[in-house]
Unconditional design. Sequence first.
Length: 84
Amino acid sequence: MIKVDRTDDVPSEPQPIVWQPYLYYRVTARDENEDCVNYEQVFLCEPFYSNDGAPIRTRVVCGRCGHDMTLLTAELLVPQPEVS
């Protein structure tokens, strides 16, 4: 994950995400755990794999506090990364 320093293009509220299964995305996520040093920080996760598209398996976890982060955006990567 990469911390996003300029969040002008990142919405403050989560956008509706409809996952297509087994594809890669560019995702932004925000930490909302008030006890974490990453509180209110936005991170870019790329590539992010959607697994089967089920919300329980499409999540970002903070490496510092271990809590789920709020997914803000997800953009399908075109072209998709090649995996061997």
